[in-house]
Design a protein. Structure first.
Length: 527
C-alpha cells in the first residue's frame, strides 16, 4: 500500500485543535492510497514489478451533491458505544470520571501550551502530543455537558423504575430479573473508588513521559535479569523498543516534562483514593505539600533517563550491570512503587467487577428485549463492521442558534488569519477562490466543504465512507459535533451529528489545487 497524496495540513487539518469536535467545520480531511498486487492481481510481497490492484467492484463517486433530508449511510469499524449503561454508570461518568480526567488533562494542556507558545522548537516537538491530549479532553467536556442537558441520568433512572416494576410484576420474572437493579447499584458502589484510582494512575502517573520511558526500560531490564540474556523471540520487540527510544528523545523536552511531573504527581497524591497510594509517599505529602517539589528535584536530578545519550547507551549495551542500573534508577523505582500498590489493590478487583458487570448487562439487555418486544434494539459498536443510516440534517444546539447542514469555501476564507497557525490559508487556495475556479465541483457558485447528518458514529469511524441512497460515495466521515458527543452513551437524533467531508471538495483539491487530474481517471465519477 502506498500513500498517493494528501492535502497540506493547512487544508487537511484546517481549524486544528480550535475547531476539533466543532460544527461549523471547514476541514479538508482525506488522503489517497493505492493498493498494489502481483501481476496476477493477487496479494504478493513487495516488488518493483507489482502493479496497482484492480478490484472487481468499487464505489462510484457522486458529484451531484446532497441536500437537507437526503438519506446517508456510514459503514466502518467503530470502536465502542455504551448505550445500555445503567443510571449508576452514567452518574459515575458525569460526576466523577469525566470531571477528574478533564481537570488533569487541562493542567497538562496549560503547561504544554505555555511552553509551546514560548518556544517554536517545543511547539514542533509537542504539537502532536498536545492534539492527542486535547482530543479526548474536549470530547469529555462535550459528553458530560450533553448528558446533563438531555438528562441522561434521570432518563436512565426512569427506565430502571419501569424495568423493576415489570420484572417484579411476575413471580417467574422476579426470580430471573428482580435483583438486577440492586445488583448494579452494589457493583457500582464498589467500582467507583477503583475507577477513580484507575483514572488518576492513567491520567496523572501515566501522563509523565519520564515515568513511561523509565517503566519501559524497567520491564526489559527485569526480563534480562530473569533470563540472563535476550532470546531470538525477543528480537522484533527489541527492535521496536529501540525505535521507540530514538523517537522518544527526538520530541522530548525536559523542562516541560518536569513541570508536568510536578503537577500530575501532586494531583495524584492529593486526590487519588488513599488506600491505593503508597503509604510512605502519602505520609510525606500530608506532612508537607512541598514534598512534591523535593521529589521532583530528586527524581530529575538523579535519573539516567533525562539524558538521551546515557539512556541509549544503556540500551545498546544491556548486560547485568546495565540492568541493575536501570532497576535502581529513581524514576524506575518510583513508578514501580506506585504500580505495585495500584496493581495489588485495583487491577484484580476491577477485572472481577467488570466480569460481573458484563454478565449482569447481558441479562439486563435480554430482559429489556423481553419487556419491549416491539422495540428495535441495535447493538453497540465493538470494532466490528457496523452500518449506521441517517439523513443529512442541520440542527439547533441551543436557543437562538441554528446550524445549516453544510459549510463552504467561503467560511475557510472568512477564517483566514496568517497569524494563527490553525487558520493560515495557502495563497494557492485563496487564488482559486478569488478566481472562483471551482471546476465542476461547485453548486450555485459555492464550493461545499463539509456536511452533517444524523448517522450514529463514534471513534474509529474516521475515514468511513458516507453513501447516498444509490450507494454512491458523497462524503468521508471524520468527526462529530461537540454538542452531541454523548452519543456513545445516549444517542439523540435531534442534536447528535456526524461530520463528513463533502467528496466534491476532495475532488476539487485533487484536480484544481494539486493539479493531479490524472488520478480522477482512476475513479468512477458520476455526475
Amino acid at each position: 500500500m502506498r500513500l498517493v497524496g494528501a492535502p497540506p495540513s493547512s487544508i487537511g487539518k484546517f481549524g486544528g485543535d480550535t475547531d476539533n469536535w466543532v460544527w461549523p467545520r471547514h476541514t479538508g480531511d482525506f488522503s489517497l492510497f493505492r493498493i498494489y498486487a502481483g501481476k496476477d492481481n493477487k496479494p504478493a510481497p513487495y516488488s518493483q514489478s507489482n502493479v496497482p490492484y484492480k478490484p472487481k467492484r468499487s464505489l462510484s463517486i457522486s458529484t451531484k451533491g446532497i441536500k437537507e433530508g437526503d438519506f446517508t449511510m456510514v459503514f466502518g469499524f467503530p470502536g465502542r458505544t455504551q448505550q445500555f449503561l445503567t443510571s449508576f454508570a452514567v452518574k459515575q461518568i458525569v460526576d466523577q470520571e469525566n470531571p477528574n480526567k478533564i481537570e488533569l488533562r487541562a493542567k497538562r494542556l496549560e503547561i504544554m501550551g505555555a511552553d509551546m507558545a514560548a518556544d517554536p522548537r517545543v511547539r514542533i516537538m509537542y504539537s502532536a502530543k498536545y492534539a492527542s491530549v486535547a482530543n479526548a479532553w474536549k470530547k469529555w467536556i462535550g459528553e458530560a455537558k450533553g448528558l446533563k442537558e438531555v438528562r441522561g441520568v434521570e432518563d436512565k433512572e426512569f427506565q430502571e423504575v419501569n424495568f423493576s416494576r415489570w420484572a417484579n410484576g411476575d413471580a417467574e420474572r422476579a426470580k430471573l430479573y428482580g435483583s438486577l437493579i440492586p445488583q448494579f447499584q452494589k457493583l457500582y458502589e464498589e467500582y467507583t473508588p477503583l475507577v477513580k484510582s484507575r483514572d488518576y494512575f492513567r491520567e496523572a502517573i501515566g501522563a509523565v513521559e519520564l515515568l513511561r520511558v523509565a517503566n519501559s526500560y524497567g520491564t526489559w531490564a527485569t526480563r534480562f535479569q530473569k533470563k540472563g540474556s535476550f532470546t531470538s523471540a525477543d528480537s522484533i520487540k527489541l527492535r521496536e523498543f529501540g525505535e521507540f527510544v530514538q523517537s522518544f528523545y527526538k520530541d522530548y523536552n525536559l523542562l516541560t516534562d518536569r513541570k508536568i511531573f510536578s503537577a500530575m504527581v501532586g494531583s495524584y497524591l492529593e486526590n487519588a483514593p488513599a488506600q491505593y497510594v503508597p503509604a510512605n509517599l502519602l505520609a510525606e505529602y500530608q506532612k508537607s505539600p512541598s514534598f512534591v517539589d523535593s521529589l521532583t528535584e530528586s527524581i530529575f536530578s538523579n535519573t539516567l533517563f533525562v539524558d538521551s545519550t546515557k539512556s541509549k547507551l544503556l540500551w545498546a549495551n544491556m548486560d547485568t550491570t546495565a540492568a541493575k542500573m536501570i532497576l535502581d534508577d529513581p524514576a524506575v523505582s518510583l513508578y514501580n512503587e506506585i504500580f505495585v500498590v495500584y496493581d495489588k489493590g485495583v487491577t484484580a478487583n476491577l477485572g472481577r467487577i467488570e466480569k460481573e458487570l458484563d454478565l449482569a448487562y447481558r441479562k439486563y439487555v435480554k430482559a429489556q428485549m423481553e419487556m419491549e418486544k416491539d422495540k428495535i434494539f441495535y447493538p453497540d459498536a465493538n470494532s466490528t463492521l457496523r452500518v449506521a443510516f441517517g439523513k443529512v440534517s442541520g440542527f439547533t444546539p441551543r436557543d437562538g442558534v441554528e446550524y445549516k447542514y453544510y459549510t463552504t469555501l467561503d467560511g475557510v476564507i472568512e477564517k483566514d488569519n496568517p497569524d494563527i497557525y490553525d487558520y493560515n490559508v495557502t495563497e494557492k487556495l485563496k487564488s482559486l477562490y478569488r478566481a472562483r475556479d471551482f471546476g465542476n465541483y461547485a453548486k450555485n457558485g459555492q464550493l461545499h466543504v463539509a456536511f452533517i447528518g444524523t448517522n450514529h458514529t463514534t471513534g474509529g469511524n474516521s475515514g468511513s465512507p458516507v453513501l447516498n441512497a444509490k450507494g454512491e460515495l458523497v462524503g468521508i466521515n471524520f468527526d462529530r459535533a461537540w454538542e452531541g458527543t454523548m452519543s456513545d452513551i445516549q444517542f439523540d437524533s435531534d442534536r447528535c451529528r456526524n461530520i463528513a467531508l463533502d467528496v466534491r471538495y476532495a475532488l476539487f483539491l485533487i484536480d484544481k489545487y494539486a493539479g493531479a487530474t490524472w488520478l480522477l481517471n482512476e475513479m468512477k465519477i458520476v455526475k
